[in-house]
Ligand binder design. Structure first.
Ligand SMILES: [Zn+2]
Length: 282
């Protein structure tokens, strides 16, 4: 799933490419992705795209007094194309047609249809449930006192950092990277952290999310590719040596994601039980 750095670079590139374009027509093939019906999607026709911005892990296309709020979920992509999609293209979810055959297109890969869009009055975006419930953005990281207060919860770090209501923008990929950078266990209880550990975690958020964004600014051209070259060091690298200490990176498999960590530096040498294996052994 695209997280803060991936969604931010997408917003920046789309804003540069689409701002100023007048929407000729707006369509949602099949309508499954649209979660609102009033105002209707074709109310965007005739309006000019002012900008594309990021809100947490969502994208917002501002056009006049309307905003199309989009959540890509795990397999959605919002991209600008020079040619319009065939209406038979089954991956199309929402199409904003721009002058000169160009098209801003929300596509979704795979069989699941989970990406969604809502057309809202711009001044109502902040009150929408998906936006109103977001915690502060993870980049720049909240000031030290605020960050410490957010973490003062008796929950494990891994789920807590991914909880958008606590802090917005971090998902399953970057949480592994941030915890590894801060040398903290994914199962560390957040409220038990020492002050220096909280500061390490805050610095790791800045360093890894900011570093990823700087990397994308460097390597991503005007068109954002389907797959971004994520600068990951431990996530999806189980079995490889830790880039810092050489210890084998271990993984815990959950139903729909994998948690990766360095046992030497994050869990006092302990290899955590793999949920997938323990299920088989039970
Ligand atoms: Zn290590």
């Amino acid at each position: 799933m695209p997280e803060l750095p991936e969604v931010e670079i997408t917003a920046r590139r789309l804003s540069a490419g689409a701002a100023g374009g007048e929407i000729e027509s707006a369509l949602a093939p099949g309508m499954v992705a649209m979660k609102t019906f009033d105002p209707p999607l074709d109310a965007l026709a005739g309006r000019t795209i002012e900008r594309v911005r990021r809100i947490g892990k969502m994208l917002a296309i501002d056009a006049g007094d309307l905003t199309l709020l989009i959540h890509l979920m795990s397999a959605g992509r919002l991209q600008l194309f020079d040619k319009r999609a065939s209406l038979r293209d089954k991956s199309s979810r929402v199409l904003l047609r721009l002058p000169g055959d160009r098209e801003l297109r929300l596509r979704e890969f795979g069989t699941q249809q989970r990406a969604w869009a809502k057309l809202l009055h711009t001044d109502a975006v902040a009150d929408d449930e998906a936006v109103a419930t977001l915690g502060p953005d993870a980049l720049p990281a909240p000031p030290p006192d605020e960050f410490a207060a957010l973490l003062d919860q008796p929950r494990h770090l891994h789920p807590l950092l991914r909880d958008q209501r606590t802090i917005a923008g971090i998902g399953r990929s970057w949480v592994d990277e941030i915890l590894w950078t801060a040398r903290l266990s994914p199962f560390q209880r957040a409220s038990d952290l020492e002050a220096d550990e909280v500061e390490r975690l805050r610095a790791a958020c800045e360093q890894r999310l900011g570093g990823a964004l700087a990397h994308y600014e460097e390597v991503i051209g005007p068109a954002v590719p389907d797959k971004l070259p994520m600068p990951l060091q431990v996530h999806r690298r189980a079995g490889e040596p830790c880039p810092r200490c050489g210890t084998r990176i271990e993984a815990v498999h959950f139903k729909d994601y994998v948690m990766c960590y360095c046992p030497q530096e994050q869990t006092s040498g302990r290899v955590l039980k793999d949920r997938r294996l323990s299920k088989l052994l039970r």
